[in-house]
Design a protein around this ligand. Structure first.
Ligand code: ADQ
Length: 468
């Protein structure tokens, strides 16, 4: 069996202290590393005065991690700069927020060189390398330049934008060409995959074959849609744990008979939080009879706080929540409970379960795991309703059971909330079953295996089932 070398910006291999708090991705990759042996390589999260290529090895819960420290300037240009101020907004269709600065692009290349230099000596014989996400587009090519002939895969966790948007990036073609250094590349949905095909064909002159093989000059890469899932089994267990039961009871007690509408998102402009608040405001305005029957619990831990656009969205949301609460609250009721902290996964599962409606309304999202977690946490005999944005990757899998909306439309959001609140138990169970079947079947292990099978065995995976 081949060893696996996973490379990502941050390493979230289990440590003795965080094993209960890991997300599905970390769980899936750690399981793969445990089965195959190998190393998880990435940035340590630490800053050093002078980069010296020192690698810190750690072994915990059967997984070896190898990390490097980076310089403050690296982080400013590569992480806060190119990754989060250039690529993230552009790939989420926000060219109005994307910043195209040469020093960001330079820092991005420099850090990818640092990754390549330090990880290259760790890659042996027939190791298989799997690189994660938009922080590392050029890493495959840089490893090839350093003589790495191993099979290398790349998975993109965010959307691949339409070519007319991507072409606003000065080095769009160079960036896209780097995808051809890989043997296999994966996207969450058919839509992102097709956007890649479109760019490859029209802007690079590549040839797309039926089986997903894309040819450019003498390079061939297998491109596939491989939607990520959650660790459904573990999440269901978590939702039935004593911690979750307690969180459920506390939530229901504090709701005093009112229906809870829940949103859980990193505080990010791609998640459509302002639009969500405005949609909810429309609902309050149009349905005075519902006002004191419900409240919105929005949990949004801040992220990327040093980037200006994130500071702006944070203060905009505080303003909006304050304005809505000011306009509608009464002595015995507040319409929005706005919370800025993170919660342990089991507690979160209990909170999801207590909510009659899950509002997952990103303006654009590669997948969105909160939608799947909300479904997995529900009581099978009395499940809540998922209101889901058409523009989340998750809509391709959960669209039959969710109430789908256009998140830009306050009217649709308001109507969907009413539909969800009034939905009878039988219909809720029917819709939930459809979604849960998918969440259980296409879980994170399925996702990982679909990719690593293609990478290790050069197999084109079966096409995804069509959802009407
Ligand atoms: P994210 O943009 O971070 O991920 P998402 O898929 O929703 O988005 O995952 C967020 C995770 O953070 C979930 O597991 C959620 O439970 C957790 N989380 C959020 N708020 C929390 C809170 N207050 N307390 C505790 N946990 C919280 C990126 C892409 C997505 C893609 C994933 C995986 O943007 O589209 O689905 O990667 O590929």
């Amino acid at each position: 069996m081949n060893r696996l070398i996973v490379i990502s910006n941050r390493v979230s291999a289990p440590t003795d202290s965080n094993s209960g708090a890991q997300g599905g991705l970390a769980v899936a990759l750690s399981a793969a590393l445990r089965e195959n042996g190998g190393i998880w390589f990435g940035w340590s999260g630490e800053v050093t005065d002078k980069f010296d290529g020192h690698i810190n090895f750690q072994r915990s819960a059967g997984v070896t991690s190898a990390t490097i420290d980076l310089e403050a300037q690296d982080l400013e240009e590569y992480y806060n700069g190119y990754a989060n101020r250039t690529l993230w907004p552009l790939f989420h269709y926000r060219i109005d927020l994307a910043e195209y600065e040469r020093e960001f692009a330079g820092g991005y290349q420099r850090v990818n060189d640092r990754f390549a230099d330090t990880v290259r000596p760790l890659i042996e014989g027939d190791d298989v390398v799997w690189i994660q996400d938009y922080h590392m587009f050029p890493l495959g090519e840089k490893l090839r330049e350093r003589g790495c002939g191993n099979r290398i895969g790349f998975f993109l966790h965010i959307p691949w934008p339409p070519r007319r948007l991507l072409n606003t990036l000065p080095e769009a073609a160079e960036l896209a060409k780097k995808m051809f250094a890989y043997d296999v590349i994966g996207f969450h949905t058919q839509e992102w995959l097709e956007s890649f095909f479109d760019f490859a064909e029209k802007d690079l002159g590549a040839t797309i074959h039926e089986n997903g093989m894309v040819e450019l000059g003498d390079r061939r890469v297998l491109a596939l849609a491989d939607p990520i899932g959650i660790d459904a089994k573990e999440f269901v267990e978590g939702a039935n744990s004593p911690t979750a039961r307690l969180a459920f009871r506390q939530m229901r007690d504090s709701a005093v008979g009112r229906d809870v509408i829940i949103g859980v998102d990193r505080l990010d402009y791609s998640k459509g939080l302002e639009e969500r608040f405005r949609g909810y405001e429309r609902f309050l305005d149009k349905h005075p009879e519902e006002r004191k029957e419900v409240f919105l619990l929005q949990i949004a831990p801040p992220s990327r706080g040093t980037v200006e656009s994130y500071q702006k969205i944070r203060s905009a949301l505080e303003g909006l929540a304050g304005k809505i609460n000011g306009a509608y609250a009464d002595v015995d009721w507040v319409p929005i409970r706005y919370v800025n902290q993170g919660y342990p996964r089991d507690q979160l599962a209990g909170i999801y379960r207590a909510a009659r409606v899950g509002l997952v309304t990103p303006l654009r999202d590669g997948m969105n795991l909160v939608a799947k977690e909300y479904v997995a946490a529900q009581d099978p005999d009395d499940p809540g309703v998922l209101v889901l944005s058409r523009f989340a990757g998750a809509a391709a899998q959960l669209g039959e059971g969710a109430v789908l909306i256009n998140p830009y439309s306050a009217e649709e959001m308001s109507d969907a909330i009413v539909t969800a609140l009034r939905m009878g138990r039988e219909e809720r169970i029917r819709r939930w079953r459809l979604m849960m079947d998918n969440v259980e079947k296409e879980d994170v292990i399925w996702w990982r295996k679909r990719f690593t099978d293609a990478l290790m065995e050069e197999q084109t995976p079966a096409p995804l089932p069509e959802i009407s």
